[in-house]
Design a protein around this ligand. Structure first.
Ligand code: SF4
Length: 199
């Protein structure tokens, strides 16, 4: 395994973060939300939050059966749609404070929605991939998602928050996988000193 010295000074740490961002741009220049609307039929049937809010739970559940946990999801979607219709005039709100009052939309989801749908850099999305890759790259020592996000937004420039979130999630799916990361194929290898590196 390639042995890499850890940065010692603040300046070295800053330089390393800049290198990580550059390498991520090389590897994943067009990273965007990994979730896709692959159910156009659903959005034809329910084109607006009003339509979801008015749906009968068992009908919506059967419409989204293929996604798994469909009963709970149908309940959550209807609850979220009702809140959006009742409190926000049928439009998904554009601030983290408002969005996190919508049932089912905690910080992670709110950051994804604001970044992907509106291009608003409200924070860094912290999901299981960001937790794992952030730790391996020594961008955080924390394990609590809120603290991890605080660490990341301190060292990542705000204009990079949206792209960085998508890039790290892609990286966590493609190479920096949970077991046996594919370090030989990773452009971050030369500046990564994760203890479980494989090359
Ligand atoms: S070198 Fe390995 S552990 Fe480090 S970021 Fe790349 S895939 Fe992950």
């Amino acid at each position: 395994m390639t042995r890499i010295a850890k940065p010692k000074t603040q300046a070295e740490r800053k330089l390393r973060v800049a290198q990580i961002l550059r390498k991520l741009d090389e590897m994943y220049p067009d990273a965007t939300c990994a979730l896709h609307h692959n159910s156009p039929g659903l959005f034809r049937k329910y084109p607006t939050p009003v339509d979801f809010a008015a749906a009968r739970q068992e009908v919506l559940a059967s419409d989204i059966r293929s996604t798994g946990f469909f009963n709970n999801k149908a309940k959550s979607v209807i609850g979220a749609a009702k809140k959006i219709v009742d409190q926000f005039g049928g439009k998904v709100p554009q601030t983290l404070e408002e969005l996190t009052t919508v049932p089912g939309a905690a910080r992670k989801t709110a950051n994804v929605v604001l970044g992907t749908a509106y291009g608003i850099a409200s924070g860094v999305v912290v999901d299981t991939h960001v937790l794992r890759v952030g730790k391996r790259l020594d961008l955080t020592k924390n394990t609590d998602p809120v603290k991890v996000e605080q660490d990341l937004i301190k060292i990542i420039p705000q204009e990079k928050w949206i792209l960085f979130s998508h890039q790290i999630i892609h990286h966590g799916r493609a190479l920096c996988i949970a077991r046996k990361p594919k370090c030989a194929e990773c452009k971050l290898n030369a500046i990564c000193y994760a203890p479980d590196k494989t090359a």
